[in-house]
Ligand binder design. Structure first.
Ligand SMILES: C[S@@+](CC[C@H](N)C(=O)[O-])C[C@H]1O[C@@H](n2cnc3c(N)ncnc32)[C@H](O)[C@@H]1O
Length: 376
């Protein structure tokens, strides 16, 4: 069955399923995303100067009375509102430096339907209180709302947004690429859950094609929603080489394979399971921004963050941290295929594999920061 969306693109119902089931671990307990997203906070903080520079440029160019900004893929937990605070700070400083009244702010926290928006909204009273205490009447009121909709497609009206930020979200695909399991049920990526050393080349090609079509749709949708002169910063998990297979998901896949050998998981389930994820190279991102054509490229930079963020800790602490970080992200999607009952054991074994791996060789998240301006 096909569904025609607001931008007219045809999407099938299987694709909608990922949209409806995908989310990070909810709540605020010890496995939640809210409590296990220091790695993502570190990434956004490193990209902070580029985010601030872009927001400042937008304000100086457009001087809106109410600055409309979208935080796309906000998840639940403190990260999204921290970056929003940072943007408000820089706009307030800039408006003061030119003796203008600080604008009002419309902040739109966007994520998929399954996101734990309640946990996010529970942080708003403190966010508003801190803003009021820090800025008083010098800063225009800030109106925050949640927008549950996939960013692969239209989310806002035409020419509505002045600033868009998205961090560690657009490497998640709109769907698991269709070609990974053939029409007659034959699995292409046996024993893996993402591109891995044992994956045939078609696996990379299939993933890459899905990313290209999703990222193009993301750019086209934002292009229509943003005003000319508006700014967008997208921070995403990337790769150094296009078919780089030495990723944390390769390690998680091989841990699942170990559990197959222990008889805990069925081989067929693992063979047919793949993550809706793709880490592009800088060149792949540049090519797509240029091909889409409606954004001027300001910056395209990269940096790395250690899987464990803090390499001064001992191996046990670091491995535990990495396993908790990964679990908070992938547990809900893993349980669409594997029984809940295996998850604790899976992540205990994964922690051991991470420890062995980082004792041998550093593991790093390669990050791409893209800063663009909507052309006239
Ligand atoms: C790893 S979290 C990052 C959250 C936050 N930006 C941060 O830095 O902590 C990725 C988020 O992207 C969201 N996401 C993935 N695909 C999405 C889509 N198509 N539309 C909206 N949000 C999406 C996920 O639900 C998840 O909450």
């Amino acid at each position: 069955m096909q569904v025609v969306t607001s931008v007219g693109e045809r999407r099938n119902t299987k694709e909608m399923e990922v949209e409806n089931v995908f989310h990070m671990n909810k709540g605020v307990d010890h496995t939640s995303y809210a409590k296990n997203s220091l790695m993502q906070r570190t990434v956004t903080s490193k990209a902070g100067p580029i985010i601030e520079e872009s927001a400042k440029k937008v304000y100086n160019t457009l001087r809106p009375e109410c600055l409309m900004m979208a935080e796309m893929g906000c998840s639940s937990g403190p990260n999204a509102l921290q970056v929003v605070s940072r943007i408000i700070d820089v706009i307030e400083e800039t408006s003061q430096s030119i003796n203008r009244q600080c604008p009002q702010f419309g902040v739109f926290l966007n994520d998929l339907l399954g996101n734990d928006f309640n946990t996010m909204f529970n942080l708003l009273p403190n966010f508003n209180k801190d803003l009021q205490e820090a800025k008083g009447s010098s800063c225009g009121p800030c109106f925050v709302s949640g927008i549950p909709k996939s960013f692969y497609g239209r989310v806002f009206p035409d020419k509505f947004l002045h600033f868009v930020h998205s961090s560690y979200s657009v490497h998640w695909l709109s769907q698991v690429p269709r070609g990974l399991v053939s029409e007659n049920g034959e699995a292409l990526n046996k024993g893996n859950i993402y591109i891995a050393k044992t994956s045939p080349p078609e696996v990379y090609n299939t993933y890459c094609a899905q990313f290209e079509s999703d990222f193009m749709l993301f750019l086209r949708s934002r292009s229509t929603e943003m005003v000319c002169g508006g700014g967008m910063v997208v921070v995403l998990n990337g790769s150094i080489n296009s078919d780089d297979s030495d990723s944390i998901l390769e390690l998680l896949g091989s841990t699942l394979q170990d559990m197959v050998l222990e008889g805990v998981i069925e081989q067929e389930k693992l063979d047919k399971f793949n993550m809706p994820f793709f880490t592009p190279t800088v060149e792949e991102v540049r090519k797509l921004v240029e091909a889409e054509g409606s954004f001027a490229l300001n910056k395209l930079e990269t940096f790395t963050v250690d899987w464990s963020v803090d390499t001064s800790q001992n191996l046990e602490t670091r491995a535990k941290f990495v396993a908790k970080t990964v679990r908070a992200i992938v547990e809900p999607f893993l349980t669409t295929a594997f029984n809940h009952a295996v998850i604790d054991d899976l992540f205990l074994l994964f922690e051991t594999r991470v420890k062995e791996r980082i004792a041998r060789k550093t593991g790093e998240f390669f990050t791409i920061v893209l800063s663009v301006t909507k052309k006239e």
